[in-house]
Design a protein around this ligand. Sequence first.
Ligand SMILES: [Ca+2]
Length: 147
Amino acid sequence: MKALRTLTAAMLTVAVIGCSDATTVEDVADLVGTWNAASFLFVSDADPNVTFELIAEGGSFTLVIAADGSYTGNFAMGTEVETFSGTITISGSNLVITDDLDPEDTSTVAFELNGNTLTMTDSDESFDFDDDGVEEDADSVMVLERQ
Ligand SMILES: [Ca+2]
């Protein structure tokens, strides 16, 4: 998955969920903490009825963000475990994510903070929905809870 490479290089721009309680975030320090994904949903661009939700399928995703914007994290799904690190900066309503392993390929994802719930939406994702070894274009929405 491209996402898992980039935040794992992993992240997320569909319409943002429930705007009413959104907190304005201008400083990445406001995102400090350990975040566990409550859901990580992929939606096929070709057919929105085709989806895959990683957490329900037994996956886990954890992200630890420091005050300077550096992050570490890990993703696990079955026997597959990936760790990753990089830097997050804020650009308006987007997070710009730079993975240490691939600093030339930044990811820009829309985000919204509501209390201790962080929603990240990426319209430039891909996922192999039909498990044929080829990833299809997708949107992803990740909901993370601060621990
Ligand atoms: Ca495929």
